[in-house]
Design a protein around this ligand. Structure first.
Ligand SMILES: Cc1cc2nc3c(=O)[nH]c(=O)nc-3n(C[C@H](O)[C@H](O)[C@H](O)COP(=O)(O)O)c2cc1C
Length: 394
């Protein structure tokens, strides 16, 4: 399943432990974090979202100076415009009070994010084909087959984030080397290929284990599982469900090497913030964060307008952080946030790997340590049923 094609390594050749540090745009994914994860035997990622191609290139250079292990870079797909200009204007009026409170003007929705509207996608691809990295992953869509082929020719493993079976099929048809299966538990933005405010009404998305099982039967690609994973035993569970690796974001967010704001790190385990929710309040695209005042007040009517809302609120969020007020910040977090441990990234990878080993050993031993599987008890119940063929009903 994880076999290499041509000159491209198999995704499983890129790490010692099946632990991927999720790319996290917005400051957390510093080269120091990615390099520390790689040194410990996991797979580290840089996040190129919201950066210029030049800034991405500089981070790659820094990471290369810190580790000679393979690491990945994550790109945002350019977004087809979905924003309703009138709805964006209404939201601007609704945020006027926030602007006065934080003494920060609302950003220009056309240019306020400091990018050229498509997040510098073509420029970043040009850098990554000229100076290849081991892995390039994508979110918010699936690249054209030509892009995936060009990266493969450069020896790069390509990974497309998917949140449904249909998106996984699209990624397979386009020629992705692997998919990152993102469950609804995940922190940060949902990687949905198209933000359709009508499609997700009343049904925010599938939980990781349900989605993983469905994607596994629909496509023949290596799967990386993401969403709510905080312990080695959960990694064992997703490996048992067919994944080749687990991708963790929130768990790495609190590491000292992460560049996340200290207020954000602290809030993850603060009893003041016990819940997460999916919201468009900060960026206009559904993302999971800790429920704070801003999310509670503006989430219910925030429009589907990414990146316009992201640009509009960027200055507010920075001002809230400067004022030391987590109630006005985007506190991205997965559902497992309360289990975050402040360990160095290297120690976290090793701890997760040890927990994974322990969980696997416990599985082999069976309930009550009876060593059921190892002693052949499993055989007494007959051989396992053959998995259904692709396309057959399960
Ligand atoms: C702060 C933060 C920023 C994120 N930024 C990105 C990103 O730039 N690109 C991406 O593909 N995923 C991003 N994600 C999502 C992760 O790739 C991953 O799906 C998620 O962290 C998994 O859930 P967990 O946080 O519960 O581990 C982000 C997640 C967080 C928490």
């Amino acid at each position: 399943m994880a076999a290499a094609t041509g000159g491209v390594p198999a995704v499983t050749d890129l790490f010692r432990y099946p632990i991927v540090q999720a790319p996290m745009a917005g400051g957390a994914s510093r080269p120091e974090l990615a390099a520390a994860v790689c040194r410990a035997g996991g797979l580290g990622f840089l996040a190129a979202g919201h950066k210029t191609p030049e800034a991405m290139y500089q981070e790659i250079r820094v990471a290369r100076g810190l580790t000679d292990r393979p690491f990945g870079v994550n790109l945002f797909l350019p977004q087809r415009p979905v924003a309703d200009a009138a709805a964006v204007a209404v939201y601007r009026e609704q945020l006027a009070g926030e602007s006065s409170w934080y003494a920060a003007p609302l950003g220009d929705t056309d240019t306020g994010g400091g990018d050229d509207g498509d997040d510098g996608y073509e420029g970043k691809l040009a850098v990554l084909t000229e100076t290849p990295v081991a892995v390039v992953s994508f979110t918010f869509g699936c690249p054209d087959a030509g892009v995936l082929r060009a990266l493969a020719r450069a020896g790069t493993v390509t990974v497309v984030t998917v949140t449904s079976v249909a998106e996984a099929r699209t990624a397979e048809a386009a020629g992705a080397a692997a998919v990152c299966v993102q469950g609804v538990e995940a922190g940060g933005h949902r990687g949905t290929h198209r933000d359709d405010p009508y499609a997700d009404r009343g049904s925010p998305g599938l939980g990781l284990l349900t989605l993983l099982a469905q994607v596994r039967e629909a496509v023949d690609l290596p799967l990386i599982a993401a969403g709510g994973l905080m312990r080695g035993a959960q990694i064992a569970a997703v490996l048992a469900a067919g994944a080749v690796a687990a991708q963790l974001g929130t768990a790495f967010l609190v590491c000292p090497e992460s560049g996340a704001d200290p207020l954000h790190k602290r809030a993850l385990t603060d009893p003041l913030f016990p819940h997460t929710e999916l919201t468009r309040a900060f960026t206009g695209r559904p993302a999971r964060g800790l429920v704070n005042r801003f999310l509670r007040e503006h989430g219910p009517y925030a429009p589907a307008a990414y990146p316009q809302v992201h640009r509009m609120t960027a200055g507010l969020r920075r001002a809230a952080a400067r004022a030391g007020d987590p109630q006005g910040m985007a506190l991205w977090a997965g559902q497992g946030h309360r289990m975050a441990r402040t360990l160095s990234a290297e120690r976290l990878v090793r701890t997760l790997a040890a927990e994974l080993d322990e969980a696997r050993a416990a599985l082999l031993e069976g309930p009550g340590g009876s060593a059921a599987a190892a002693s052949g008890t499993a055989d007494a119940a007959g051989p396992p049923a053959a998995p259904p063929q692709k396309g057959e009903p399960a």
